[in-house]
Design a protein around this ligand. Structure first.
Ligand SMILES: C[S@@+](CC[C@H](N)C(=O)[O-])C[C@H]1O[C@@H](n2cnc3c(N)ncnc32)[C@H](O)[C@@H]1O
Length: 231
């Protein structure tokens, strides 16, 4: 498969070459499904963003990590220490032979012989709920997750659904546990519906600015954007 990153300019590509990141070999070695190509592209864009900020060997918390593509890419490119949270109890990955995200991630770690990634099978609410509200991670990823707080994430069920107050509390805590960056992605067509939450995170958690990272295209063709809240 030819590799065509999304929303990338020649400067980013040249920079990757300079950083000696061979995305084609990496993509092939990870043996991802075609549908995960989109995730791989996004993980490369965020890796480059962190590299540009000089953030190697940092700690990353991936909330709603799915099959671990971000975790693996960050480990390989940035030598990051990644904690990856997903909840296998209520999710089935459609179109994959494995029955769960965490299992898929563990199989990948084993196959690629990668250490330094901690997959945790729990809900985001439980994990965050047990942490003190202090900066514990350099970066936190909240990519395509916010809508799940609102609609739930069990397949065909409203499991995990939260009300406005519960969601706000959780987001504030997520904002508090990052010392530098909170990466955030949502479908552009619904971003207005979540504006209140975003404004809340920005001011309550003392982020200094919001930077655009990249746009991406969801598997259904809809447009998304990744933003980074910066402290
Ligand atoms: C839409 S996918 C996004 C995956 C990944 N972050 C990305 O952007 O490609 C949602 C994933 O987050 C997980 N998820 C959603 N809400 C969750 C929660 N409250 N606790 C744990 N996992 C959750 C689901 O199990 C699923 O694997």
């Amino acid at each position: 498969m030819s590799y065509q990153p999304l929303d990338w300019d020649i400067i980013s590509l040249l920079q990757m070459k300079k950083d000696k990141i061979d995305t084609i070999s990496l993509f092939n070695s990870m043996n991802l499904s075609n549908i995960e190509r989109f995730t791989f592209d996004r993980s490369i864009a965020i890796s480059q963003f962190l590299l540009d900020k000089g953030l190697k060997r940092s700690s990353v918390l991936d909330l709603g990590s799915s099959g671990g593509v971000f975790a693996l890419t960050f480990k390989i490119i940035l030598d990051a220490h990644v904690t990856a949270i997903d909840d296998d109890r209520y999710i089935l990955i459609q179109g994959e032979t494995e029955s769960s995200s965490i299992k898929m991630m563990k199989n990948r770690l084993k196959r690629l012989n990668i250490q330094g990634i901690i997959p945790i099978n729990t809900s985001i609410e439980e994990y965050i709920g047990n942490l003190p509200p202090i900066p514990l991670y350099d970066s936190v990823l909240l990519l395509n997750i916010l809508h799940h707080f609102y609609t739930g994430y069990g397949q065909g069920s409203s499991y995990g659904q939260m009300d406005f107050e519960e969601t706000s509390q959780l987001l504030r805590k997520i904002g508090a546990i990052t010392s530098k960056y909170l990466f955030f992605e949502i479908n552009s067509s619904v971003i207005k519906d979540y504006e209140q939450y975003l404004t809340d995170i920005m001011y309550i958690c003392n982020f200094r600015k919001l930077e655009y990272v990249t746009r991406s295209v969801a598997t259904d063709g809809s447009l998304r954007a990744i933003w980074c809240f910066i402290k």
